[in-house]
Design a binder for this molecule. Structure first.
Ligand SMILES: Nc1ncnc2c1ncn2[C@@H]1O[C@H](COP(=O)(O)OP(=O)(O)OP(=O)(O)O)[C@@H](O)[C@H]1O
Length: 257
């Protein structure tokens, strides 16, 4: 665990980019003409930590992570990755700037093989500076199973293996920050454990991970910090070890911390 992970954000955190991988200030977003779903989120994440976003259904977790990835435009606020303002960048340019995203569903091409999925991802991230030829080997070293079966169709992989492939495709860009939208969705408890172990390996490889999770127990087990979103607002931020599942019930029913 990173002892610094739960340090409170400095008053003017965005002025000092050296100490954060991801910084979010006053972020607001919503759909069409509807009201804000992301209602003014401020958050600083230290490098090489895992922060898990949890909260009740419909609280805006996926919308928040989609706003970070650039799939939902920010209405207000600012997003920085390692000190660079990426708020106005397209999703593809955010990847080039070091922010990779793995969506909850349809995150690999089922009709393509493992090798073809990795090749396609490599083509996509050509613009990312500093990604050398060794990146594929480094990524496959994290997920050796994938390297052993390059010709297997992604559609024939188990749910857990498919998540590993999706992680691997995202990591080919050598991101500073990896965003994961509910990697445990639809997986059996054993496979959830393996998937979470993979998330820890990703962090150990030097990547900062922000993940949205419905599986609170799994999230608490691997995270440095937990962020609770209620109705689009950050309701609690705490070290994962300090959060008890029983305490979350009150928050999930709307009690502000
Ligand atoms: N494409 C969309 N268009 C309009 N409203 C949307 C869209 N996607 C989500 N919403 C609305 O935004 C709100 C937050 O949804 P979001 O999926 O971000 O929450 P969540 O916390 O991730 O939920 P869950 O835990 O159920 O996945 C909900 O009221 C939802 O109906």
């Amino acid at each position: 665990m990173n002892a610094h992970a739960a340090a409170p954000p400095p008053a003017s955190a965005l002025d000092d980019p050296r100490d954060h991988a991801l910084a979010v200030a006053g972020l607001r977003a919503g759909y069409g003409r509807g009201g804000d779903i992301v209602c003014g989120i401020d958050m600083i994440q230290k490098p090489e930590t895992i922060v898990t976003v949890i909260g009740p259904n419909g609280s805006g977790k996926s919308s928040f992570i989609k706003t970070l990835a650039g799939l939902l435009p920010a209405r207000a606020g600012r997003i920085e990755v390692t000190g660079r303002d990426i708020t106005a960048l397209s999703p593809a340019r955010r990847v080039a700037a070091g922010l990779a995203y793995v969506p909850q569903e349809a995150n690999v091409f089922a009709s393509l093989t493992i090798a073809e999925n990795l090749k396609l991802a490599t083509e996509f991230i050509r613009g990312r500076a500093g990604v050398g030829p060794g990146q594929r080997e480094r990524v496959l070293a994290l997920f050796p199973e994938l390297g052993q079966r390059p010709k297997t169709l992604a559609g024939n992989l188990s749910g857990g293996q498919r998540q590993m492939l999706a992680f691997a495709c995202a990591l080919l860009a050598n991101p500073e920050v990896l965003l994961l939208d509910e990697p445990s969705a639809g997986l059996s408890p054993k496979i959830v454990g393996e998937t979470m172990e993979a998330v820890v390996r990703v962090r150990e490889a030097g990547v900062t991970v922000l993940l949205v999770e419905q599986n609170v127990a799994a999230a608490l087990a691997i995270a440095d910090e937990v962020v609770v979103l209620v109705a689009g607002r950050l309701s609690l931020r705490a070290k994962a070890g300090d959060v008890k599942q029983a305490d979350l019930a009150g928050l999930f029913f709307g009690k502000e911390a």
